[in-house]
Design a protein around this ligand. Structure first.
Ligand code: HEC
Ligand code: HEC
Length: 234
């Protein structure tokens, strides 16, 4: 479901997107009544398999990731993203993109190819249940202030809660900024697929506010260290 919904969001464009988005937005509050365990529990039916994975526990599998992504998925190196607390759908989609070579990587394609679907699913639940610890990074308060305005105008529609939401989009607030810059560059030059709707907003941002606006956003994400909020995606 999550992937289908995401596809629909990505496929809709322009005015249609704005209207459909408004409806989606209005529909969202109902979801917050679902208990948090609903999407964290491995016993719930999930994609891609409909049953609990027959494999080593996610925690054991994930220990091989710790060398780069840090204990529990909170990375200590600027080029390696923190993956603690990221949503299950985002994790699964990301690993699939790495496996298929659709997303640029230095190392992750090789890593992702080393696991089967059940193992990746087990790790997805493990990391989703870890606490995301925002990285403390230097930032310029003036630029962060401007970035906050740009975020609200151009990004918040999908990257909710000031970019802190662990939804289908990945966590931006408190993520390593050098990683965010690198992955945005990948998107701009076509080494990582950029959702069409996001592309439209990025182009609008640069056209109206100027190139510097992207860097202002980076300062904003560095400044927003309140921690991740969890989505209720299945
Ligand atoms: C040798 C270091 C290294 C190891 C080991 C490693 N990773 Fe990564 N990971 C990276 C780097 C660096 C990136 C950024 C993409 C790239 O350059 O490959 C990344 C990116 C990711 C992302 C994307 C995060 C986002 O916000 O989009 C996920 C998910 C991920 N890794 C999961 C894992 C899992 C699961 C494991 C263990 C099975 C693992 N990684 C092992 C270095 C590593
Ligand atoms: C219409 C929805 C939408 C809008 C608006 C949007 N994004 Fe995104 N963004 C996404 C989606 C979906 C993804 C995940 C794409 C994927 O991994 O395939 C994403 C991913 C990203 C990532 C990579 C996250 C990671 O952990 O690797 C960055 C960085 C990002 N967006 C920045 C921005 C910025 C900055 C803005 C505002 C200028 C913005 N986005 C506006 C939908 C959107």
């Amino acid at each position: 479901m999550a992937l289908n919904a995401s596809n629909i969001v990505l496929a809709c464009a322009g005015l249609v997107c704005a209207i459909a988005g408004g409806l989606l937005f209005m529909a969202k509050p109902a979801k917050s009544q679902v208990p948090q365990q609903f999407w964290l529990s491995p016993s719930q039916p999930t994609q891609p398999s409909q049953k609990a994975p027959q494999t080593a526990p996610g925690e054991i599998l994930a220990s091989t990731c710790a060398g780069c992504h840090g204990q529990d998925g909170n990375s200590e190196g600027p080029a390696t993203p923190s993956i603690a607390g990221i949503s299950v759908p985002y994790f699964l989609r990301t690993m699939e993109q790495y496996r298929q070579g659709k997303r640029n990587s230095t190392i992750m394609r090789r890593v992702a190819l080393g696991y089967n679907a059940a193992e990746i699913e087990a790790m997805a639940y493990y990391f989703a249940s870890q606490k995301f610890i925002p990285v403390k990074q230097p930032f310029d308060p003036k630029r962060a202030e401007r970035g906050a305005i740009y975020h609200k105008r151009y990004c918040e529609y999908c990257h909710r809660d000031g970019g802190a939401r662990a939804g289908r989009e990945g966590i931006l607030a408190g993520q390593w900024v050098p990683y965010l810059r690198a992955t945005l560059t990948d998107m701009v030059v076509g080494k990582r697929e950029m959702p069409h709707s996001m592309k439209r907003w990025m182009e609008r941002l640069v056209r109206i506010e100027g190139e510097d606006a992207v860097e202002d956003l980076m300062h904003y994400y560095a400044s927003n260290t309140k921690g991740a909020t969890q989505s209720l995606l299945p």
